[in-house]
Design a protein around this ligand. Sequence first.
Ligand code: CO
Length: 212
Amino acid sequence: MKSTDRLLLENKAWVQEKLEQDPGFLDRLRQDRVCEVFWIGCSDSRVHADEITNSEPGEILVHRNTGNQVSHSDFNVLGALEYAVNVLKVKHVIVCGHYRCKGIRAAMQKPNPHLFFANKWLKNIKDVYRMHRREIDAEESEDGRWNRLAELNVIEQVHNLAHTAIIQRAWKADRDLLLHGWIYGLHDGIIRELMTLTPDIQLDPLYQYDLD
Ligand code: CO
């Protein structure tokens, strides 16, 4: 683990190195770029959206939280989504989970009595486990159950996106906006596509807003 002094020193070395390789780097960074992707990923320090997709600064707007959740009571993710969809007018919203996610594993266990807020945050993932318990528990190994919940959690979070008025309003306005569920393998570095929702999806009326 690097100390904070080391991080600041490395930052200076990084700028110098970057400018040696690419003198126009900072000039480009100052300019606005067309950002077509909003990424909702896990906070895990091993999963960096820009790095694993080989993206340049400015290409992806990123929101991260434990277990890549889209909670309708989380103003952080909803505010970022609203900005991405209504202001940046992104064309893709991606929920990207990952295998061997510690948040998912914690959600499969009894609440940790020493982590009051973390337990609350993991509650939604526990609900995903409960909703799909039979399917997940049919997996033979502990790793299999862990990874299947990671996949099903991504799928549920994409549905949570489709259940927001933000997305429904964009779709009603004929916006070309796709929702994607992806999962990243820490073991091989590969992202797998789990699902895509398109504007013509038939939403369950339970979640459908009456929009003007
Ligand atoms: Co994680």
